[in-house]
Design a protein around this ligand. Structure first.
Ligand SMILES: Nc1ncnc2c1ncn2[C@@H]1O[C@H](COP(=O)(O)OP(=O)(O)OP(=O)(O)O)[C@@H](O)[C@H]1O
Length: 285
């Protein structure tokens, strides 16, 4: 079996404005089976577009080009749309920053979970409902039976985020892509959601691609960290190398600016953005 679950080579995402530099340029990386990989960078560095590009979910007006975009041996560029949707619905789960934008506010949690899994796995209604309860238990949601009858607004932000993760996991994906899954949550719940992703990685062997502003949070859970700056990868390194001292000055600056979770993260990172770095020769692992 191929050890690599996701292979990205020379990924560029462009806007229609001809003079603008592409917001993502020449990005190369791989994720191995079962690995937890972080993508870190300040706001606007291209993290979200990279993750949306991988799932071929780019907003209108943006185009994608890559030498290779391969998921579990399948070509995500040349393959049929149908095959692409099937893979993304079953084998790759996306968890976004704001669960309210992904959950339908007008439909009960149970209905949404059951429909998603029936569509992708062809289960009967009762089997899908049982699986929904088990998946909610897996993400430590109390009284799962009761939650199925509730609407998204009746749950806390942390619970909604865990429901999103549970929905993603129902299809037993080989890769979970989680974009700032904890940003909207308070510090204690952030830690719980991160721990949950690690537990699930341990239990199911799903690889995780975790996107965050916070290099400190990523260094607690990731095997490897990819550092993006202005649409490019400036460093791709193991967490132990990161903790021992990264090579690239931008990564060093990110480490120095590690925010205390209780302080103002944005302010700390804006200071780095003003610093000049030579990006013509990105340091690679
Ligand atoms: N739909 C779009 N059309 C044109 N440009 C876009 C679009 N979406 C994002 N961009 C631009 O692409 C760049 C990268 O955006 P992206 O959302 O990937 O950054 P990010 O690193 O995820 O930031 P954040 O951490 O704030 O979410 C930004 O400069 C942004 O303005």
């Amino acid at each position: 079996m191929n050890d690599v679950i996701l292979r990205v080579e020379d990924l560029t995402i462009s806007t229609s404005g001809r003079d603008d530099p592409p917001p993502v340029r020449g990005v190369d990386f791989t994720v191995r089976r079962g690995e937890i990989v972080g993508i870190v960078g300040e706001s606007g560095s291209g993290k979200t577009l990279t993750s949306l590009g991988i799932a071929r979910l780019l907003p209108h007006g943006l185009s994608l080009d890559a030498t290779t975009l391969e998921f579990d041996g399948h070509d995500l560029i040349g393959g049929s749309d149908r095959e692409l949707r099937r893979l993304l619905g079953t084998q790759m789960a996306m968890v976004f920053q704001d669960p309210m934008s992904s959950l339908n506010p007008a439909r009960k949690i149970g209905k949404q979970m059951v429909e998603a899994v029936r569509e992708h796995r062809g289960l009967s209604k009762s089997a899908a409902r049982e699986l929904a309860v088990r998946s909610l238990e897996d993400v430590y949601i109390t009284e799962p039976e009761k939650r199925l009858w509730q609407y998204p607004h009746e749950l806390s932000g942390g619970m909604r985020q865990r429901v999103m993760i549970a929905m993603g996991l129902m299809s037993e994906p080989s890769l979970i892509v989680a974009d700032e899954p904890t940003t909207a949550l308070d510090v204690t719940v952030q830690a719980q959601v991160m721990q949950l992703l690690c537990d699930l990685n341990d239990r199911s062997g799903s690889a995780v691609l975790l996107i965050s502003h916070n290099i400190s949070l990523l260094s607690e859970v990731c095997d490897r960290i990819i550092v993006m700056f202005r649409g490019r990868i400036v460093e791709d390194l193991t967490t132990s190398k990161l903790l021992a001292g990264p090579d690239h000055p931008y990564t060093q600056a990110l480490m120095r600016a590690v925010p205390d979770l209780a302080t103002d993260r944005t302010k700390a990172l804006e200071t780095i953005a003003d610093t000049e770095f030579d990006l013509e020769e990105p340091a690679r692992a």
